[in-house]
Write a protein that binds this ligand. Structure first.
Ligand code: HEC
Length: 121
C-alpha cells in the first residue's frame, strides 16, 4: 500500500526529467549570428570545423553551409558521436549554442568554381 505513492512520485519525477531534457535539446534556432560567430571562435569550434564551418579532414566534418537540423546539431554538440570533445552547458549555454547555429545558417555556399571563367585556360 505504501509502495504505490512512491511509484507515482518516481514516474512523475521521470516524466519531468524527460520533459526538461527534451526541452533543452529542442531549443529554438533563433539567435544572434554576430554573437554566434564570436562564441564559435572563442570556444574553439573553428579549430576543428574551420572558420566558416567548412570542416577539414581529419579534424571535423563541415558544419556549413546548410547545417543539419537544430535538434540533431544541439544533441551532437552536447553528446558528440566520437572524437569531438563534449560541450556541456557549463562551458556553452543553450543561448550561445543557438547563436552559433544562427551564425552557421548565415554562411553562404561557396561560389561555383565553374563560374570563375578566369580559371578557364
Ligand atoms: C577537437 C576538435 C573539435 C572541436 C573543438 C569541435 N568539434 Fe565538432 N566535431 C569534431 C569531430 C571529429 C566530429 C565528428 C564526430 C566525432 O568524432 O565526434 C564533430 C562533429 C560535430 C557535429 C556533428 C556534425 C555532423 O554532421 O554529424 C557538430 C554539429 C559539431 N561537431 C559542432 C561543433 C561545435 C558547434 C563546436 C564548438 C562549440 C565543435 N563542434 C567543436 C571535432 C571537433
Amino acid at each position: 500500500m505504501c509502495k504505490r505513492p512512491l511509484f507515482a512520485i518516481m514516474v512523475t519525477a521521470f516524466a519531468i526529467f524527460a520533459a526538461s531534457a527534451q526541452a533543452q535539446v529542442a531549443a529554438p534556432p533563433s539567435g544572434d549570428a554576430i554573437n554566434g560567430e564570436r562564441i564559435y571562435m572563442a570556444v574553439g569550434c573553428y579549430l576543428c570545423h574551420g572558420t566558416v564551418g567548412q570542416g577539414g579532414r581529419p579534424s571535423g566534418p563541415h558544419l556549413a553551409p546548410k547545417p543539419i537540423p537544430y535538434e540533431a546539431f544541439a544533441r551532437l554538440v552536447r553528446r558528440p558521436a566520437n572524437a569531438m570533445p563534449p560541450y556541456t552547458t557549463v562551458v556553452l549555454s543553450d543561448r550561445d549554442l543557438g547563436d552559433i547555429y544562427a551564425y552557421l545558417i548565415t554562411i553562404p555556399p561557396l561560389p561555383d568554381p565553374k563560374a570563375a571563367t578566369i580559371l578557364d585556360k
